[in-house]
Design a protein around this ligand. Structure first.
Ligand SMILES: [Cu+2]
Length: 232
């Protein structure tokens, strides 16, 4: 009887190890895509400010194209069309900060709640508009520190505007797909991608769209360079 119990225990332990091994194999069965978005487009001249200059200053950086000296493009949205993002989406905040929306460009999941806050002493609105021109929400932020949360809707590109300051502009790419925004050096990283060959789609607010093909192998990092140039 004792021997039988011991044997049973050993079988359970072996089965347990097999499950752990299978779990690890599943976790490792994905790869990562990293890359850089580049452009031949030049940075734009600063925006001249004529209202609320006490709070906003007389000029602000023009973020419609944010490119460094090496031609590396920030604020481009990289999406792996048809590959669903895994895990929880990171929390999302749009700050009215220095009379700009910070961050300028973000990715979001359908229905995700976005928080918006003001860090300025002037009245701002955070007004989200979908591609068809319909308002998703319109929030007035009269005082610094006030935070308000609202849900986003269906997939698509959402424009964020301030009704007080026409130069203020932000973007949300609402998608269930694996996606990321390029950083100040144009870099992006897409983890947890199942092996396969994909079309990587890159969207930029003024330069338009571009695609690149990339092949992902389990446990490996695929590197891809993609250019988004001005339409002629
Ligand atoms: Cu504003």
């Amino acid at each position: 009887m004792v021997r039988r119990r011991v044997a049973f225990g050993v079988v359970v332990a072996v089965l347990g190890l097999a499950f752990v091994a299978a779990g690890e194999a599943a976790a490792q069965a994905t790869g990562t895509i990293t890359g850089v978005v580049t452009t031949t487009a030049a940075a734009r001249p600063p925006v001249r400010i004529t209202t609320d200059t006490a709070a906003c200053g007389r000029q602000l950086p023009n973020e419609s194209v944010v490119v460094n000296a090496g031609g590396q493009l920030a604020n481009a949205v990289v999406t792996l069309t048809g590959v669903r993002a895994r895990g929880e989406a990171p929390e999302l905040t749009i700050a009215n900060d220095g009379c700009r929306f910070v961050p300028r460009v973000q990715v979001a999941r359908p229905g995700q709640v976005v928080r918006t806050v003001s860090r300025d002493t002037v009245l701002h609105t955070t007004t989200a508009v979908d591609a068809a021109g319909r308002q998703i929400f319109n929030i007035a932020l009269p005082v610094p520190g006030l935070t308000i949360a609202r849900p986003l809707g269906d997939p698509g590109i959402v424009r964020v505007v301030c009704q007080m300051h026409p130069w203020m502009l932000g973007w949300l790419m609402v998608t269930s797909d694996v996606s990321a925004v390029s950083d100040a050096e144009g870099r992006f990283r897409l983890p947890d991608v199942p092996p396969g060959t994909y079309t990587l789609r890159v969207w930029h607010e003024t330069l338009g769209e571009s695609t690149a093909s990339v092949t992902v192998r389990a446990g490996q990092t695929a590197t891809v360079a993609v250019a988004v140039n001005e339409r002629r």
